[in-house]
Design a protein around this ligand. Structure first.
Ligand code: MRU
Length: 365
């Protein structure tokens, strides 16, 4: 996507894989800053602190971290050590494990001296594949928005939670890819953007939508149910961090509550995600998906610009207050109208029809 008219991706390789460049998302929406990461530890830190974030993007960042690790030491022991450290950095989004394992599988049977060029080529290929998958998701999702418009003949109101836009992927995004493509096609629409406490990913979404000229309004996380009751939402479209073989979906905490309200008000609830987000090895999301618990400081402090224009963190509660910060929740398949993938849209229970190769893994598990 373009930033100030310049085509920009969220991650890129520098000097043929000697380093990687990223957008530091902890600085947005206040400052737009690109940074260079020179070794796998720096990439891991960027994933842990959410300088890069969003399931598909942390997957690709993990793949590039492996390339940098192999450059420094291509031995089996080191590769396995880095693999386990990386995949435990953010445990809920399966894309991280998927991407790191995919890369390791490609190189581990090769002699150590041949591993780096193959790892580099594979990471490049995965980076490009992410862009293509997200574009395809957008095309399928845009058809849903077009159908809503055909029925309504008034701007389509879409509610989204967190940031499933181009910042969360290499490019285009997942849920927002559908919005961008529908908007490009001239379909009148408006996006309700959940603020998404505590990390305020909704403000990233608002920044992205503003850059693309898409009409949008930020709302408090608790406002969605009220808007649905008053028929102000035509569809909910969110992203995902892990989807089980039967279509249960882990996504940013708060997604489940939106799905409950949507069910009650018969508002269609869609999840947009590439197949790299599907974990075919598990079925019951509530019991089998590990939910990342993050630091309580994410709740204790809120970032903003003060009256003098300085970006700073402000504490919003006493240091002694107990806080709990589960970063994701699981929406059961029964609350989901459809899953929008790069191969098309299906009901959650029919994922295995769309991906027969995944069905084979699911059956073994
Ligand atoms: O904690 P984050 O910001 O990495 O969480 C991101 C989300 O929950 C997104 O909705 C999800 O990763 C899908 S991004 C296309």
């Amino acid at each position: 996507m373009k930033v100030n008219g310049i085509p920009t991706r969220t991650i890129w390789s520098v000097d043929h894989g000697q380093a990687i460049g990223i957008i530091d998302q902890t600085k947005l929406p206040f400052e737009f800053e690109k940074i260079i990461l020179k070794d796998w530890r720096q990439v891991q830190e960027a994933i842990a602190t959410m300088k890069v974030r969003g399931a598909p993007l942390i997957g690709i960042a993990g793949a590039w971290a492996m390339v940098l690790a192999v450059r420094d030491n291509p031995s089996d022991d080191f590769i396995h050590e880095v693999r386990s450290e990386l995949i435990s950095t953010r445990p809920t989004a399966v894309n991280l494990q998927w991407a790191v394992d995919h890369l390791v599988k490609r190189i581990i049977s090769l002699p150590a001296k041949d591993r780096l060029p193959v790892a580099y080529r594979e990471a490049e290929a995965m980076t490009q594949a992410d862009v293509l998958a997200n574009r395809a998701i957008g095309t399928h999702g845009a058809k849903i928005i077009a159908e809503l418009y055909a029925k309504k003949r008034e701007p389509v109101n879409i509610l989204t939670h967190c940031n499933a836009g181009w910042l969360a992927t290499v490019d285009y995004g997942t849920a927002l890819s559908a919005v961008y493509i529908a908007f490009e096609q001239g379909i009148p629409l408006h996006v309700w953007v959940d603020e998404t406490r505590p990390r305020e990913q909704g403000l990233l979404t608002a920044w992205e939508l503003a850059g693309f000229g898409v009409p949008h309004t930020v709302i408090a996380d608790n406002a969605g149910g009220h808007l649905m009751q008053h028929r102000e939402v035509d569809a909910v479209i969110v992203g995902a961090d892990r989807i089980t073989a039967i279509g249960d979906v882990a996504n940013k905490v708060g997604t489940y509550l939106k799905a409950l309200a949507a069910k009650d008000m018969e508002v269609p609830f869609y999840v947009a995600a590439p197949s790299s987000t599907i974990d075919w090895s598990i079925q019951d999301g509530k019991h089998r998906i590990k939910i990342e618990n993050r630091s309580g400081d994410e709740l204790r402090y809120i970032r903003g610009r003060d009256k003098k224009g300085h970006v700073c963190d402000v504490r919003v509660m006493s240091e002694q207050t107990n806080v709990e910060n589960p970063a994701f929740d699981v929406t059961p398949a029964r609350l989901i109208t459809g899953i929008i993938t790069e191969r098309g849209v299906c009901k959650p229970e029919f994922l295995t029809r769309l991906f027969p190769e995944g069905a084979r893994v699911a059956m073994k598990g």
